[in-house]
Design a binder for this molecule. Sequence first.
Ligand code: GTP
Length: 365
Amino acid sequence: MFLSIKKTIDKLLNIGFEDEFGNDLNQKHVVNFSYMMFCASCLLMLVVFSIRHMPLAAIFSLIGMFIGLVGLRYNYIGHFSRAQLLMPVLKISQVSILSLFYFGTDSGFHWFFVSVIAYSFVVFRADQRFSKYWIVCISIVLFFVCELLGTRGVYLTSFEQRAVIIFVFLGLSFNFAIVINLVMSRLKSVNSHLRTLAERDELTGLSNRRKVLADAVNIFADAVINRESCVFSIVDLDHFKKINDTFGHEAGDLVLAKVSAIMASVIRPQDEIGRYGGEEFIVIMPSTSLQEAEVVMEHMRQSVEDLLIETEHGIVIPVTISVGLASIAPSVSRYEEILAQADKGLYTAKRNGRNRLSVQTDYQD
Ligand SMILES: Nc1nc2c(ncn2[C@@H]2O[C@H](COP(=O)(O)OP(=O)(O)OP(=O)(O)O)[C@@H](O)[C@H]2O)c(=O)[nH]1
């Protein structure tokens, strides 16, 4: 149930926004949330004033709610700056009027100025310092005005005033809980997006060099600790320069993307693949013997050879790969040694005519 409430709140806060990673998205969510809270409070006051037969105050609440909806709409249709600025103006007016003239300052209703200050710090960017500090200053001054004037609630009994204090406490807690939650979950999603960007190769969608080498370190360490076999393989597209020269760089990119996709689809779930650089890739196969690795890589070689890559002019580009393989050995203490060995295997495969595998076993070379 808690999850479905959270999902509904998330959906509400996301209305009007794509799941993007723009700078302002977090602020937009907080602005959305603030308007929703503001409209809900206006609705509540409308009910209270109607029950208490206070038509003028009820009309004010209605107008407040209408302006709140206008602000919400500004946010949805992209007038973010207007929405951003209108909110604190509304909130400051609402808190001042209700605190001074209705609830009385004994109710502590003016503590809601704290939420205005928090809003300013979350929503305004560094280049909007001027607005931010003005709003903060006005909120602080009005808070002290309320505190010093000490007006009594005109229409409230002392019991009702206590109820307002509890309402202020709960309202502020809810406000802070949601705003902090919004900021934190936004930070988390931006973080994971940045990590994906930092670890992915843009063209092929595979792990980039940094990520695949980090995987290599971890898999190598696990293999050493568990005394298991593991195989590193380096894959290189054959005559790729010729492909670029004949069909153009764009066609070359297309070939890289297609070959990467097919290679990623034929490796096993436990294997890791990444772009080492240019038209070179690394495949790491943990807990795998050389014979098993050969089967996987031969399947890959065949799948690439069978691949039909057509240019936009309908010309089929023939593409093959050469593969060097090397397995962990008792004498090896660094993963770079297996990689260097696999690279020797690749060199042999190229020298022997390309479109083939070459297993390198002799670390003495
Ligand atoms: N289109 C495209 N080309 C790239 C990219 N990265 C590297 N290249 C090209 O890949 C080519 C690699 O050429 P070489 O290293 O001579 O290798 P090769 O032509 O594949 O020859 P062999 O490896 O000996 O079969 C160079 O022309 C690079 O410009 C890329 O991201 N996109």
